[in-house]
Design a protein around this ligand. Structure first.
Ligand SMILES: [Zn+2]
Length: 500
């Protein structure tokens, strides 16, 4: 058999088709329209693209590039190709595992329930004991799948190390992101330590107040419920979700009804993933904004978060090459945009305008939202620290204990060991979220200095954001920080946001 080695442009055009097909498959599964994922079947029809010869040819083209943007473009293509070459041997196993998780059914109070069904229930269930029981059932599912997850992670890391010529997932992620992950994690731990007392003081008051019982170290069973701030549900109703969010984004300067490339999906289907997301099937032409409303302020936050991503992908210039339009070395850039748009819900003025709250109530909601945000930041900081340890040896029997200890200490919540393998994001995504936490805090402080408290109104921030969106995935997260006169080593704006 002879293998065809394609030119970089031909290769990019071919894999774009692969990505479009697999993104659409992922979308159908996530929104609950398709019970099984087919990504390994789709991979097979494109497997002929992913050869060592092709990878070598892309590497040679990258080495020969004289222009910096061109080298960056070819580097991204090489990384995409290496991902796919390395996944060839494990893609079937990964699909089987994912489909087994989708097909898993437990019995909850006599009714069959899926993993996604349990996730949605945990966010909305008002009864404390029912949440504990639902969470125990979810942990059973995690215990059942953990050995397969660990084996897949370990095997995949071995294959990837060999193909990338790098020592493990941490080195691969560092090469991709262009940062020193251990140093970055240490900086994040320092911010966590700096804001720990303020967080503890709030937790001691807010956990018992939200849960309605004297519980200062609640289990993770209640994390999604606490985050939802359901005592404000009468304000943040499901009926007003689409209208208020569309208006908010329009006031920011981006009327969604004039951006036909962004397609919202707010249906509540039983198999739909409770975690909101954006799936850019075609960039910029077809961007799906997916939210499963579970009630309350988190629906608004999820919608606006995903709207930030959707605006980024939907307003990317169609003149850019595939590598700067569709492919990104990491997610730290797009997460800045999602965080900035979501942070509008942290502005008292937004609550006064759209919900008629008094200034005092608006400030109360914002203080509680800031606490929830601090809790999530601490969780992700601990996740990064844990994931850096996990990838040093996925089979280390100490990983479950380590997971539970790191997460519990940081968040002041009880974490069982069961989710040590499932509560992980691919490619050390936790670091991308944390980079975005830092840079979005800088951007918001900068916008506030430039435009005042109402930076999110009258299209004041629109030119700045549109100039960034149009560049697709070209700038790095850290370059945005530098552009506004800040620096990647400056965490002061973030610390001030987390511990006001
Ligand atoms: Zn996001």
């Amino acid at each position: 058999m002879t293998t065809t080695v394609r030119s970089p442009d031909e290769f990019a055009a071919a894999i774009e088709q692969h990505y479009i097909e697999s993104s659409d498959d992922a979308r159908q599964v996530i929104v609950g329209l398709q019970g099984e994922s087919r990504f390994a079947d789709i991979y097979e029809t494109y497997a002929h693209l992913y050869t060592r010869e092709q990878l070598d040819a892309l590497g040679a083209a990258r080495a020969a590039a004289t222009d910096e943007v061109e080298r960056d473009r070819l580097n991204r293509l090489w990384f995409e190709a290496a991902d796919s070459v390395a996944s060839g041997e494990v893609v079937r196993e990964a699909q089987d595992l994912m489909n087994a998780q989708l097909a898993w059914r437990g019995t909850f109070e006599g009714e069959e329930i899926s993993i996604n069904g349990l996730g949605a229930l945990l966010a909305s269930e008002a009864d404390y004991d029912r949440r504990e029981r639902a969470y125990a059932l979810l942990c059973e599912a995690d215990d059942e799948f953990a050995p397969r997850e660990v084996e897949l992670a370990a095997r995949s890391q071995e294959l990837r190390s060999e193909v990338f010529g790098l020592d493990g997932e941490i080195a691969i992620a560092e090469a991709r992101m262009g940062i020193d992950l251990q140093r970055f994690s240490d900086q994040v731990q320092e911010v966590s330590a700096r804001t720990a007392d303020a967080y503890a003081a709030q937790a001691d008051t807010l956990f018992p107040a939200i849960l309605g019982r004297d519980e200062r170290r609640p289990s993770r069973a209640h994390a999604a419920f606490i985050r939802s701030l359901h005592h404000w549900d009468h304000v943040f109703t499901q009926e007003r979700l689409a209208e208020v969010c569309a208006l908010t984004v329009a006031e920011l300067g981006f009327p969604l009804d004039q951006i036909p490339t962004i397609l919202p999906d707010l249906e509540d289907r039983p198999e739909k993933d409770p975690r909101a997301c954006v799936i850019p099937v075609r960039v910029p032409e077809e961007v799906h904004l997916i939210v499963r409303p579970t009630g309350g302020i988190t629906d608004y936050q999820a919608f606006l978060h995903e709207a930030g991503h959707a605006l980024h992908f939907g307003l990317t210039s169609d003149q850019l090459p595939f590598e700067h339009r569709y492919v990104s070395p990491d997610n730290a850039l797009t997460e800045i945009y999602s965080y900035v748009v979501e942070r509008i819900t942290h502005e008292p003025l937004w609550h006064e305008r759209h919900f008629g709250l008094s200034r005092a109530d608006a400030e109360r909601v914002c203080a509680e939202s800031a606490f929830v945000d601090a809790s999530l930041f601490r969780r992700y900081g601990a996740k990064l620290r844990y994931e850096l340890a996990f990838w040093r040896d996925p089979r280390d029997p100490k990983n479950p204990e380590r997971y539970s200890e790191y997460l519990a200490t940081a968040t002041r919540m009880g974490y069982p060991t069961s989710q040590f393998a499932s509560d992980m994001d691919p490619g050390l995504y936790a670091a991308d979220y944390l980079r975005a936490w830092r840079t979005s805090a800088q951007v918001i402080e900068w916008l506030r200095r430039e435009h005042g408290e109402d930076w999110f109104l009258d299209g004041k921030a629109a030119d700045f954001l549109r100039d960034l969106f149009v560049q697709g995935s070209l700038p790095s997260n850290e370059e945005v920080s530098v552009q506004i006169g800040s620096s990647a080593d400056d965490f002061d704006d973030l610390a001030a946001h987390l511990a006001p």
